[in-house]
Design a protein around this ligand. Structure first.
Ligand SMILES: O=C(O)C1=C[C@@H](OP(=O)(O)O)[C@@H](O)[C@H](O)C1
Ligand SMILES: C=C(OP(=O)(O)O)C(=O)O
Length: 451
């Protein structure tokens, strides 16, 4: 049973008046996980400001405690981690449960399996369905023994080798989680772990490893691919980490403001790393009135305030090559496409089938339930704008991004849009409802189904 089973919270979004105001969204989820993990490996105190306090990141905080690090919440968003040194994690006494968090469990499998301990990992019903072989394959090559049920699904047990082997690895799927798991495992391998990344994905692990003092080098080979080399068994130095606002969370108010007539909002301090900015680029191509103000650097990353005004959108073809820079944003882009003139074509989406839900199928079903024309291909979605009326009830499949995307849809359709469960939103954006309500969004709680 999933942690959220038994506390299902159906919710509807109602047609809303113009959205207005300024908001600050919480810290980036990817950076928050990594700050806790590297803090757990550095000897001394790492201070994190602006940590995302969503369910996924809290699961990572709890896991780092289970590995023996001292993790303390000093104030809202301000956390300290006292780590144990590279290779110094303790063997947890119990199964380590990452709830809904793919990033958390996959990075932690790399982090914890480069030393001679035995750890059992699990997660909720959604996470137990997701593929782990992509992480286990390189870890097996590094000498890790794996006991997993069929198809390498959670729960599974990893027993680290006495000495991990550094490997040369070509990342076979565009995945920052796979890249990061191998790099974290490489931290305690004697010698150089070398990764070739044919398609560039978010680079937060590389940036943070460099900031913590790891011996990491990044080059581009003759084929234009990123090559990352990491020399293992070096100490990490504790850091002060300031976490910028999460662009994947900001995506929801941004699209809401574009499609709700008369809106004018500003989302402050959003991470603008180009490997995360595909959605902004696409929305601007669609004619979205989006301006970036006060560009600055926070914690080594570019950030800015994003002003968004309601706009007439036109459909575009989103190139498949852009997918890694907006992989979590396709559900909300499909909602934007529902209000654009023409057919928005999204390709290269194979990875969406193995997220918290099969997001291609979940988006197609949700749009159809609301009268929006959508064609689903094996790795693509095509949304025809202008046809939507709302009025549907959407199944969210324990997927926070499906839940938030369809609530945003309902703010702009004539009839309300209901979702079967808003509880998973707390995994990545607990403040979603309050912040959106503050801008003028209207929601209505619905009766949970009789059990
Ligand atoms: O490394 C990360 O922090 C993430 C990588 C992406 O997953 P994949 O690596 O599976 O593409 C993304 O979908 C996830 O939300 C966060
Ligand atoms: C895919 C996501 O996260 P994860 O893989 O960490 O569960 C997401 O947040 O959209």
């Amino acid at each position: 049973m999933s942690p959220s089973a038994g506390s299902v919270r159906p919710l509807a979004a109602l047609a809303s008046g113009p959205l207005r105001g300024r908001i600050r969204i919480p810290g980036d989820k990817s950076i928050s996980h990594r700050a806790l993990m590297l803090g757990a490996l550095a000897i001394g105190e790492t201070v994190i400001e602006g940590l995302l306090e969503g369910g996924d990141v809290l699961a990572t905080a709890e896991a780092m405690r289970a590995f023996g690090a001292t993790v303390t919440r000093q104030a809202p968003g301000r956390w300290t981690v006292n780590g144990l040194g590279v290779g110094g994690l303790l063997e947890p006494e119990d199964v380590v449960d990452f709830g809904n968090a793919g990033t958390g469990v996959r990075l932690a499998m790399g982090l914890a399996s480069n030393q001679a301990t035995t750890v059992t990992f699990t997660g909720d019903a959604s996470l137990r369905r997701r593929p782990m072989g992509r992480i286990l394959d390189p870890l097996r090559r590094m000498g890790v023994q794996v006991l997993a049920r069929s198809k390498d699904r959670l729960p599974l047990t990893l027993k680290g080798p006495d000495v991990a082997l550094p490997i040369d690895y070509r990342v076979p799927v565009a995945s920052a989680q796979v890249k990061s798991a191998v790099l974290l495992a490489g931290l305690n391998a004697p010698g150089v772990t070398r990764l070739v990344e044919p398609v560039a994905t978010r680079d937060h692990t590389e940036r943070m490893l460099a900031a913590f003092g790891a011996a990491i080098e990044i080059e581009t080979n003759a084929d234009g691919e990123r090559v990352i080399s990491l020399e293992g068994q070096r100490d990490l130095r504790p850091q002060s980490v300031e976490v910028p606002g999460d662009p994947s969370a900001a995506a929801f108010p941004i699209v809401a403001a574009l499609i709700v007539e008369g809106s004018d909002i500003t989302v402050e301090s959003v991470l603008l790393n180009p490997l995360r900015s595909g959605l902004l680029e696409t929305l601007i191509e669609m004619g979205g009135d989006i301006t970036i103000e006060k560009r600055r650097t926070v914690g080594g990353e570019s950030v800015g305030d994003i002003r968004v005004r309601a706009s007439r959108l036109r459909a575009v073809n989103v190139p498949a090559g852009r997918a890694p820079s907006m992989i979590d944003e396709y559900p909300i882009l499909a909602v934007a496409g529902s209000f654009a003139e023409g057919r928005t074509v999204m390709e290269g989406l194979g990875e969406l089938r193995v997220k918290e839900s099969d997001r291609i199928a979940a988006v197609a079903a949700g749009l159809a339930a609301n009268g929006i024309a959508c064609e689903e291909g094996p790795e693509s979605l095509v949304v025809t704008g202008g046809s939507g009326v709302g009025g549907g009830r959407v199944t969210t499949h324990l997927d926070h991004r499906i839940a938030m995307s369809f609530l945003v849809l309902g703010l702009a359709t004539a009839d309300r849009v209901a979702i079967d469960d808003a509880a998973p939103i707390a995994t990545s954006f607990p403040e979603f409802r309050d912040l959106m309500t503050g801008l003028g969004a209207r929601f209505e709680e619905l009766e949970p189904p009789a059990s």
